[in-house]
Write a protein that binds this ligand. Sequence first.
Ligand SMILES: Cc1cc2nc3c(=O)[nH]c(=O)nc-3n(C[C@H](O)[C@H](O)[C@H](O)COP(=O)(O)OP(=O)(O)OC[C@H]3O[C@@H](n4cnc5c(N)ncnc54)[C@H](O)[C@@H]3O)c2cc1C
Length: 388
Amino acid sequence: MPRILVIGGGIIGVASAYFLGKAGFEVHLLEREITLGALTTAASLQAVRAQFADPVNIAFMKESLSFYETFAQQLDLPDHDIGFHQQGYLFVTTDEAIAARQRDRVAFQHAHGLEDVEYLEGEALHRRFPYLAGEALAATFRQRDGWISAHEALLGFRQAARRHNVRFHLQTEALSLIVRGGRVVGVRTPAGDWEADAVVLAAGPFTAQLARTADVELPLQPVRRHRVVIGEHDAIPHWAPMTIDEDTGAHWRPEGPGAALAWAEPEAPSPPQRHVSPDPNFTFRVMEGVYRLCPFWLEVAETLKRDNVFLHAGQYTVSPDHNPLIGPVPDRPGLWVISGFSGHGVMAAPASARLLADLLAGRVPEDDNPYAVDRPGLEAAEGEKMVL
Ligand SMILES: Cc1cc2nc3c(=O)[nH]c(=O)nc-3n(C[C@H](O)[C@H](O)[C@H](O)COP(=O)(O)OP(=O)(O)OC[C@H]3O[C@@H](n4cnc5c(N)ncnc54)[C@H](O)[C@@H]3O)c2cc1C
């Protein structure tokens, strides 16, 4: 039985370990920290959507969301609840040109198998979402999008993976890859060397750094992103969908009796970090950002108590086209990667991990892999720039 080492126990590594174990491999997952899922996965807004604008991404995210919809059955964990709130995703604009693009995008999505996205404008939009400001002109909406608990999903994958004899090794840092005869044959840890037939890098922001220890340069860059969580507040409509200002990218969604807010502001790439320091001013900027289209945020901001605001930061692992790199690393046999999810790793985890396992098991030919590490045009690509 081929032996595989998965490096990194975020949602991507743990989902990968599950699908690889299910495919019959002997799998060991190495995680540096004392617990799984403590890095980028813990900083996520945990939102999931199929509303993409590229046919490959649409199909991929549909697969992932269907998996999340039936998570307990898929993994045979009858009582496992990942808290999937299908309250929808609403992309809103005040701009005529963007509204026209939204209309075209919805037609394109319908033509590519995503028939349940709605295009809304004027009265119909405001009747349905009365918390929106008068300037809101148009929006796209899909009810089946929403958010999950990434933590519960990760724990479900771990439990199911254990049934396939996957072993989880916490506090086990991969210091470097071991290369012999041009091939990656294992990893070096402080407690000794681990040999394997294949090593899968699922180390989030640390993926490129680890690849470099085998003289491989992956086009991945960590970029800091923030999240603010507001505790209980009466002014927040708790039934609302994830609401995105498509003109600026500022967005928020309900979170229990409060809300979670984020905004992918332009920021230069930074070295990978185990503890990402947030910018304290982000809270003010993001509240200003979401207020533009949702005026109730002014009331929240004016009455907000300091101990009711929780600011976090993590790092997106960004690829040139904002799509993941999944599969074997060219010219370095034995080395595989599953990373570069930008803002989409939680939503993409089930389909990505399934694809990785199918590629490793030879069930999907490399030519049919849309996220290949050496896909044509990756470096020059624009990709889907809705990096929420
Ligand atoms: C603010 C913010 C909001 C986001 N919102 C969303 C969202 O709404 N929806 C969505 O789908 N995605 C979102 N994302 C992106 C999502 O969080 C990531 O794409 C996803 O968590 C990536 O998971 P991962 O397992 O690849 O990485 P990580 O969660 O970073 O896991 C990598 C793991 O590898 C371990 N590791 C690293 N180096 C080593 C080593 N040398 N040896 C052993 N272990 C190592 C780390 O400790 C870590 O546990 C958001 C991200 C941020 C920062």
